[in-house]
Design a binder for this molecule. Structure first.
Ligand SMILES: NC(=O)C1=CN([C@@H]2O[C@H](COP(=O)(O)OP(=O)(O)OC[C@H]3O[C@@H](n4cnc5c(N)ncnc54)[C@H](OP(=O)(O)O)[C@@H]3O)[C@@H](O)[C@H]2O)[C@@H](O)CC1
Ligand SMILES: [K+]
Length: 501
């Protein structure tokens, strides 16, 4: 796993490293500059005529050090100091003096000369308000220059906590970031301004991030072996759990099929689908591995028998909003004591029965997209988008559930855990049926013994990696939900092969 701190948290980590560990600030800055030059060379940036634009904070300090190192290597370099003299940080001032003494050409405005590359060291994580006036004009000018664009730590103008553009932003081809990638470069639109992102270690301690609830984290592919539940040599179908899927309705057999198949592909032992009678034949044909039980009217006795049979329940995919659906959701949420995934129509029904969540901790995993989440929270979608982290925390604190908030950057929250931010996946997954697959993947992981929060984070990540596998085969336009299921299977197989090796 790796942390995705905001700029504020990154500054706390810088401070901890300097004051508590004792690494001098100028040492960190030198490592940042050396690392940036190294990355630019490895990435084959044409550095033959480079402009480094520096502000008055430590990001500007990095910039002067980079300019000096480029000159040492024989490149033609100009450093433009466009910050305010009066507000220069001590390290920035120091770096400017060194650069001057080393003969770096220093100017105070961007001249018309053509550069092969433009390095943005105007603002880093210290950006704390909208960029206006002369700074805005400078950044617009930098964007309009020819040559490759490289951002130091974060593109100037991107809010490191939200990914929002604060007035204007440098648009980078490459961002070399220090210590940890900042949350704002992961979230949209910030992500689109960062270009290719490369993180370098400059010795900043990550200790301040541990156990800090407001710091987020993500996974990379190499984390998968640790995340997925182990298969045991001496096992049978009962070892991997019995999943009850209360899904599908008349005309909505697809959601029941996709979620159940996804749970099987993920490794569930046995699946029973409880659905409308109209779906019986089609589901039996589509998924002969599943047991099918059907209803024509609400039947509490059968429901209870099925709940006694199951270890895990997944309710809501394609369930509809009929009276029967409502009775099913209410009764399941009222009585179930084991892990339960609540998706789609299950969430729509839940939003008018929130009292069913109680407030005590129950093993529920809610998988809303932004619209469903806004209904659960009774707020507008723009309000939710603006304050997604606060809202996710507020909701999971209040109800004690696990919540995966689905979006281009899906979050997983639980009151006593740091928020997981998904960084895998792609636009091919923005299609009908993708949510059903996710609900099934999570149910499949629960049935193999993962705890609700672990199943949710692993499920979201695995589903997204499945999307990446699917895009490799089908491309961004033509990937279907069924392909995501195949992708999840491929991803699990690759992970297993790596584990064996
Ligand atoms: N030792 C370390 O800590 C290390 C730090 N490192 C590097 O330092 C970076 C962080 O440096 P930082 O904290 O000095 O902040 P930085 O981003 O340079 O900007 C602050 C300046 O901008 C100004 N300002 C802000 N918003 C503005 C606006 N909208 N419009 C106009 N002005 C605005 C603000 O002015 P003020 O708010 O004081 O008026 C202040 O002058 C970090 O990203 C990394 O690159 C690495 O070298 C590793 C070691
Ligand atoms: K920058």
């Amino acid at each position: 796993m790796r942390y995705l701190p905001t700029g504020e948290w990154m500054q706390k980590a810088d401070e901890y490293t300097i004051k508590e560990i004792g690494i001098p600030s100028m040492v960190l800055m030198e490592r940042a500059a050396l690392g940036t030059v190294d990355v630019m060379e490895k990435e084959r940036i044409n550095l033959s005529r480079t402009l480094v634009v520096c502000g008055s904070g430590n990001n500007g300090g990095d910039g002067f050090a980079i300019a000096r190192l480029l000159k040492e290597k024989g490149y033609e370099v100009t450093a433009a100091f466009i910050g305010r003299e009066a507000s220069m940080s001590p390290d920035c001032r120091h770096q400017l003096k060194i650069a001057e003494k080393c003969g770096v050409s220093i100017v105070t405005s961007i001249n018309k000369q053509e550069y092969t590359s433009v390095v943005d060291a105007v603002f880093g994580v210290g950006l704390n308000r909208d960029i206006t006036g002369a700074y805005q004009e400078t950044i617009e000018k930098m964007n309009s220059l020819p040559g490759q664009k490289i951002a130091v730590d974060i593109p100037s103008g991107i809010c490191s906590a939200t990914g929002k553009v604060l007035g204007v932003s440098f648009s980078a081809d490459l961002t070399v970031t220090f210590g940890c990638e900042k949350l704002g470069c992961i979230l949209y639109p910030g992500h689109m301004y960062a270009g290719k992102r490369i993180t370098i270690d400059i010795g900043i301690s990550r200790k301040p991030f541990r156990k800090e609830p407001s710091v987020c984290y993500t996974f990379d592919k190499q984390d998968l072996p640790e995340l997925i539940p182990a298969r045991k040599p001496n096992s049978h179908k009962g070892t991997y759990g019995k999943v009850l899927m209360i899904t599908g309705s008349k005309g909505m057999s697809g959601a029941a099929y996709l979620s159940a198949k996804a749970a099987y592909i993920t490794g569930a032992g046995l699946i029973q689908i409880y659905t409308a009678e109209e779906n019986r034949v089609i589901l039996q044909q589509l998924l002969p591995e599943a047991i099918i039980c059907t209803y024509t009217e609400y039947d509490e006795e059968t429901l209870h028998k099925l709940l006694e049979w199951a270890d895990v329940v997944c309710i809501g995919c394609g369930l509809g909003r009929s009276n029967i659906a409502e009775s099913l959701v209410v009764e399941v949420l009222r009585t179930v004591k084991f892990p339960c995934v609540i998706d789609a129509d299950g969430l729509n029904i839940l939003s008018t029965h929130l009292e069913l969540l109680g407030g005590r901790e129950r093993p529920f995993i809610l998988t809303p997209h932004m619209k469903e989440m806004s209904e659960l929270l009774d707020c507008t979608i723009p309000e939710l988008v603006e304050k997604r982290f606060e809202k996710a925390r507020e909701f999971t604190d209040r109800y004690g559930v696990v919540c995966t908030m689905k979006d281009a950057r899906t979050l997983v929250a639980k009151w006593d855990r740091q928020i997981f931010v998904n960084t895998a996946g792609n636009s091919s997954m923005a299609k009908a049926g993708s949510g059903d697959v996710l609900a099934g993947v999570i149910a499949g992981l629960l049935s193999q013994g993962l705890m609700p929060y672990e199943a949710a984070v692993c499920g979201v990540y695995l589903h997204a990696c499945g999307g990446d596998e699917a895009r490799e085969v089908k491309g961004s336009y033509s990937t279907l939900a069924e392909d995501l299921i195949t992708g999840v299977g491929t991803c699990l197989k690759k992970t297993e092969e790596n584990m064996v090796r």
